[in-house]
Design a protein around this ligand. Structure first.
Ligand SMILES: C=C(O[C@@H]1C=C(C(=O)O)C=C[C@H]1O)C(=O)O
Length: 370
């Protein structure tokens, strides 16, 4: 299918108010899409389903599935789309409420076993005369290293995002995940200094992911070096974590239960952080900080034709692949407004005003495509 056909199909689907998702994986040279012919709300219950899963932050709530095998484009080339960036306007009441909540989180960390908690908020932004598919095109053009998507379901709404964070990539016995935390503005160079707060906060995430993976039947585990990673106008600290399981066909449900929500979006210890979030945040995160992506898609992973394997060409290596991302840097599209979701990790060393500013910076990177 051509890119134009895929966009045409998505536009028609949106006009008919039927479920669909369009997405591009990080650095990929293909655009993918999945379309549903009716408005049935399918659920991902066992994680043995095939399709595209869209899961809320709260594991107890419905995880939505658009079933099937994704269509892909063969001629995808990113257009460079220029946009006049919208500037976020914040209210002082929002600022005070966020700062108070961060202060409360710091006090809870000082006075209990809580070590880190991610505090977030939503920000409404007026938009005019722009379709969600146009916003998606702008995200594609601005965030080449991100997982970029537009997801629509008539019973749920329209969500868009460009997330820098992989939750889990699983192909046969091989897996990859990452610890991403710590934020500063990108000002032209990756050679930046990081404070102790950010290094500590990110190390907590790495350690917790490794601890949660250890009970599985691992063949190997590799924890990469901590590196500075650019996500649009922001920089983060990132550690890639990869390895193999001893057998194929891991219990995906159990793995996701172990990994999600990571301390990058919830906190540590997980239950204490989650209780704090549910009790204190005072709004519904819905799909923000949940996860999304391809579930159990059969992929041909055989090596490209070479002299050595030419006689083996009859034996294609078909493996089930799952590629899930954390739903960050995202927004909900509603008639004339975008609801942008942003947060940041709080530790004992957090400065409440700086944490507020971090959420403004994050909202601003998303608003730059509106
Ligand atoms: C929670 C968000 O991002 C997470 C929190 C970060 C931080 O606290 O510095 C950085 C990257 C993400 O792990 C968000 O973007 O809304």
């Amino acid at each position: 299918m051509t890119t134009e056909d895929l966009f045409g199909k998505a536009g028609a689907q949106y006009a008919k108010n039927l479920p669909f998702v369009l997405y591009r994986k990080p650095e990929a040279d293909q655009l993918n899409g999945l379309f549903q012919e009716d408005d049935f709300l399918h659920k991902a219950e066992t994680f043995e389903e095939t399709g595209f899963v869209f899961s809320p932050f709260d594991k107890e709530r419905t995880r939505i599935l658009i079933p099937g095998i994704p269509e892909l484009t063969i001629d995808f080339e990113e257009e460079t789309v220029s946009v006049k960036s919208t500037t976020i306007k914040t209210e002082s009441a929002e600022e005070n409420a966020h700062i108070n909540l961060v202060e409360k989180a710091v006090a809870a960390i000082q006075n209990s076993a809580l070590q880190k908690v991610v505090i977030s908020r939503k920000q409404n932004q007026k938009i005019e005369d722009v379709t969600p598919i146009t916003i998606f095109k702008r995200l594609l053009s601005n965030y080449k290293t991100a997982f970029v998507y537009i997801w629509h379901h008539p019973h749920v709404g329209t969500w868009l995002g460009a997330t820098p964070e992989t939750l889990l990539s699983l192909n046969g016995r091989k897996f990859e995940t990452m610890a991403l935390a710590g934020t500063q503005k990108f000002t032209g160079s990756l050679a930046v200094a990081w404070g102790d707060k950010e290094i500590h906060e990110q190390q907590l995430v790495t350690d917790e992911i490794v601890t949660n993976l250890k009970p599985f039947d691992l063949g190997s585990l590799h924890v990469g070096n901590r590196e500075t990673y650019q996500a649009g106008a922001l920089l983060h600290l990132r550690t890639l974590i990869s390895g193999t399981f001893n057998t194929e066909g891991q219990n995906l449900k159990a793995l996701l239960k172990a990994l999600h929500p990571t301390p990058a979006v919830c906190g540590l210890p997980r239950d204490l952080a989650k209780d704090f979030i549910i009790k204190e945040e005072n709004y519904d995160r819905a799909f923000y900080t949940g996860f999304l992506g391809e579930l159990n898609i059969l992929k041909d992973t055989s090596k490209k034709r070479s002299r050595r394997n030419v006689e083996n060409l009859a034996y294609k290596t078909l493996k089930n692949e799952t590629k899930l991302f954390v739903n960050l840097r995202c927004m909900q599209y509603a008639d004339s407004k975008a609801i942008i979701y942003v947060g940041g990790g709080i530790t004992a060393a957090s400065n409440p005003e700086l944490e507020w500013q971090e959420t403004v910076n994050k909202a601003q990177t998303i608003a730059s495509v509106l």
